[in-house]
Design a protein around this ligand. Structure first.
Ligand SMILES: Nc1nc2c(ncn2[C@@H]2O[C@H](COP(=O)(O)OP(=O)(O)OP(=O)(O)O)[C@@H](O)[C@H]2O)c(=O)[nH]1
Ligand SMILES: [K+]
Ligand SMILES: [Mg+2]
Length: 346
């Protein structure tokens, strides 16, 4: 059996297994296996990482934003509107075939915006240029998931699944679990909070699946088995994502209102140049959140300083757990006591 078949078998088994106390170990084990096979799938192949395929665009500026979406949702139209780069837009699917960088200048910062080919279901497993596109998404600081407002919610959940399956975690903080593999001494397990989704036995089972028999594990929040697997697999990327619904000129006001209220949602029309300023403001706030995930060195620090001086705060103000889309929330939280769940530790 190939890896793809194995993955599909396990996914089916997870889907048909009822979730309850009696099955929690079985499910935990299945999820650990799934994560293992998916990791194998992601091991670089020549075609996915080969230079010269148009995807190896140099990072430049203060931050990088990737445009991810199905074909013909308006990604290239957006790039051409927001930057001085022209990217061909047309009514047929897969107009864009490589990665096309542009620069947004905003509040003294240069934000690199990347237009990418459309992706479809199965992208992570190599359909179309999905793997290259997703590899670029992994290198960005914020993802703009562009959606066609006329097309319903299914595109969004399909894309979320694709990104999820390659270890990209959207609008989610890194699980607050201390994990350290050891040379001996068995598995020591502790938690500072009551756990409702994981237990010592489940943690041991998952670790054994990864052939780890000695480790120190400390849960500092009530994490799920999936969170724990993310921590031991270790190559996950946590990034903010804006869900941008384009083409609102084509839908009713009621529908616009509904989409605008989605968490992390912004509604726009590239065709009629509607709400683009607001999107830029939101993008700026979401970029501020990336300070949480990045190290305080070099260019990241410059960017943090820019962001925080604007708000009259010390540059390392940005070292805060992710609480929501509003920076105001973050600042209040920070002044309220020690920053929870700081990710600048490493
Ligand atoms: N009605 C309407 N049409 C739009 C809007 N934005 C873009 N379009 C149209 O949608 C079509 C696709 O736009 P593109 O920018 O090529 O889309 P894309 O996402 O880059 O497509 P691929 O590169 O093929 O993945 C074009 O015909 C655009 O003119 C909008 O806000 N409203
Ligand atoms: K197109
Ligand atoms: Mg395009």
């Amino acid at each position: 059996m190939g890896i793809l078949e194995k993955i599909s078998e396990i996914e089916k088994e997870i889907a048909r297994t009822q979730k309850n106390k009696a099955t929690e170990y079985h499910l935990g084990l299945l999820k650990a296996k799934l994560a293992k096979y998916r990791a194998q799938l992601l091991e670089p192949t020549k075609s996915a990482t080969g230079k010269g395929d148009g995807f190896d665009v140099m990072k430049s500026g203060d931050a990088r934003v990737a445009l991810i979406g199905f074909p013909s949702v308006g990604k290239s139209t957006f790039l051409s509107l927001m930057t001085s780069t022209a990217s061909e837009a047309a009514s047929y699917e897969f107009t864009t075939l490589t990665c096309i960088p542009g620069v947004i200048e905003y509040k003294g910062a240069n934000i690199q915006l990347l237009d990418l080919p459309g992706i479809i279901e199965g992208a992570a497993q190599g359909k179309g240029r999905g793997r290259q596109v997703i590899a670029v998404a992994r290198t960005s600081d914020v993802v703009i998931m562009m959606l066609d407002a006329t097309k319903g919610e299914v595109q969004r959940s399909l894309l979320e699944k694709e990104l999820e399956s390659v270890g990209i975690r959207l609008n989610k903080n890194k699980p607050n679990i201390y994990f350290k593999p050891k040379k001996g001494g068995g598995i020591s397990f502790n938690s500072t909070v009551p756990l409702t989704q994981c237990s010592e036995k489940l943690v041991q089972l998952i670790l054994h699946e990864y052939k780890m028999f000695n480790a120190e594990v400390l849960f500092r929040e009530d994490c799920s088995p999936d969170d724990f697997i993310d921590v031991i697999v270790g190559n996950r990327v946590y990034m903010p994502c804006l869900y941008v619904y384009n083409k609102i000129d084509q839908i009713s006001m009621e529908e616009v209102d509904r989409l605008a209220r989605q968490p992390h949602g912004v509604v726009i029309s590239c065709g009629m140049k509607l709400n683009l300023d607001y999107l830029l403001e939101m993008l700026w706030e979401y970029l501020a959140l990336t300070c949480i995930y990045t190290k305080s060195e070099g260019r990241d620090r410059t960017f943090q300083m820019q962001l925080s001086s604007e708000r009259g705060l010390p540059w390392n103000m940005c070292v805060i757990g992710f609480t929501g889309p509003s920076l105001v929330n973050l600042n209040m939280l920070w002044f309220g006591g020690p920053a929870p769940n700081t990710a600048l530790r490493e």
